[in-house]
Design a protein around this ligand. Structure first.
Ligand SMILES: Cc1cc2nc3c(=O)[nH]c(=O)nc-3n(C[C@H](O)[C@H](O)[C@H](O)COP(=O)(O)OP(=O)(O)OC[C@H]3O[C@@H](n4cnc5c(N)ncnc54)[C@H](O)[C@@H]3O)c2cc1C
Length: 420
């Protein structure tokens, strides 16, 4: 029988699929480590306003997972951490983890005194750059762990000492340096998830040029009470309420020049977001421009419900180009309505590009040889003997499938250890 050290399981990525894999493995009695690149756990769903189809906030589900982690001494997690080398074989892997400095230790109570003392501001990546935060920051209001982070630019600035002295708990350590840590594990779950496709690459849609062209992930933050507008959906150009909102499906997806595949969830995400708009603005008009609507299984009911809204119009046709109107105020979408066989120009105040999900492994592959598909997803759940891929590392998918996949990957890891 293997020694106890090599019976442990490493989970890389602390999003929905990784958290699930780690919790299931730990609750089955295995020592489990989570390695997460962000300063908090939860992955991309922590940035969502509501989940389709129930339209409930993701934080309910995340909170339950965090409670299970806190209650289980078999799970250890490391944030701001990445696997920088991996060797060995099934049952006996040697892993090097590199931890970036947070400059804040575990004495932090989240009191915000450091942020109050800090004047330096940085781009708020949690809100996809739509606002700024202090360089001494909590990653987001519900962050787990609830601990501040100091941006490296602040640490080397003249302000650093003042911010350190503002902390009543001696929680700031300006001398923190990157650290490495060695682990021996028996099996690995790889769950590093996805990132939104870069809308700057879609040159006919004017993203980055017209402020009222935003992406679906930005819409999630804008609709959230903890987002840059405290939940108010506005036109970024002037802060006004939009009267017409257009959702552009397959923005870069199913397109050989960008992401050739369908992400499967973007139709549902846009329909969900149309309800955000309609709830806030009962008079607003919504257009959804699509190639095909993908709403499988029980999600069809949600599609039916959205279609019943007389102010939401589905137009089958791909948007070719987005320009600004003559006054430079509104946006014009040029589109072929394929059911009417007509070319249309439709005006909107706010455009939401439904960009797809690009696997993080396409740019940041595993530090060991595994097979990928043509788009950079890990080609199979059994990535390699002892290494199992889960969630959006494997295919673009929704949360419930990610949870199922994380559970399956945990079982594979346990079986791998039990086999030895
Ligand atoms: C606009 C939009 C709206 C959506 N709305 C819904 C919805 O309402 N309902 C629904 O079911 N689904 C929705 N989804 C899909 C949902 O976001 C995914 O199903 C979910 O994020 C998948 O979780 P995951 O753990 O596989 O990946 P992720 O959430 O991406 O988590 C991966 C984690 O791995 C970390 N990581 C990445 N690289 C590394 C590395 N090298 N080392 C360590 N850690 C790393 C990341 O920081 C992240 O924490 C939506 C998607 C989009 C685009």
């Amino acid at each position: 029988m293997a020694n106890t050290e090599t019976q442990s399981i490493l989970v890389v990525g602390g999003g929905m699929s990784g958290l699930t894999a780690a919790i299931e493995a730990a609750e089955a009695g295995y020592d489990t480590y989570i390695v997460e690149r962000n300063p908090y756990l939860g992955g991309r769903v922590a940035q969502l306003h509501n989940y389709f189809p129930k339209l409930c906030p993701p934080y309910c589900g995340l909170e339950i997972n965090f409670r299970r982690i806190k209650a289980n001494s078999k799970i250890r997690f490391f944030t701001m951490a990445e696997v920088t080398s991996l060797s060995g074989e099934e049952g006996n892997f040697d892993v090097t983890i590199t931890l970036s400095p947070r400059y804040v230790n575990d004495k932090c109570t989240g009191c915000a005194k450091c942020a109050e003392a800090c004047t330096m501001e940085i781009e708020n990546t949690f809100n996809y750059g739509m606002d700024k935060i202090k360089a001494a920051y909590l990653p987001h209001v519900m962050a787990f762990p609830m601990r501040y982070v100091l941006d490296p630019a602040l640490v080397t600035s003249d302000e650093a000492q003042k911010v350190k002295e503002a902390c009543p708990y001696d929680a700031i350590d300006l001398d923190m340096a990157p650290k490495t840590m060695e682990l021996k594990v028996g099996a690995i779950v790889w769950a590093t998830g996805w990132k939104p496709y870069d809308a700057n690459k879609l040159d006919t849609y004017g993203f980055g040029q017209f402020p009222d062209v935003i992406t679906n992930v930005m819409m999630e933050r804008m609709a959230s009470w903890s987002g840059p507008t405290q939940g108010k959906i506005i036109r970024p150009s002037n802060g006004q309420a939009p009267e017409t909102v257009a959702f552009v499906q397959c923005a870069g997806s199913r397109d050989e020049n960008h992401l050739p595949f369908c992400s499967g969830i973007c139709c549902m995400a846009s329909m969900k977001q149309s309800t955000y708009v309609r709830e806030q603005y009962p008079d607003a008009k919504v257009y959804i421009f699509y190639i095909d609507i993908r709403a499988t299984d029980r999600l069809e009911d949600f599609y039916t419900k959205v279609k019943e809204d007389e102010k939401t119009q589905f137009i089958k046709g791909k948007v070719a180009k987005i320009t600004q109107d003559e006054n430079g105020e509104g946006l014009i979408l040029r589109v072929e309505d394929t059911t009417q066989e007509s070319l249309e120009e439709i005006s909107a105040d706010l455009v939401v590009l439904a960009t797809g999900m690009q696997p993080n492994t396409s740019e940041n592959p595993l530090p060991t040889q595994v097979l990928y598909d043509d788009y950079g997803f890990v080609a199979s759940q059994n990535a390699k003997a002892g290494i199992y891929a889960a969630g959006c590392t494997r295919s673009p998918t929704g949360v419930s499938e990610s949870v199922q996949d994380g559970t399956a990957a945990a079982l594979k890891g346990i079986q791998s250890i039990a086999r030895r």
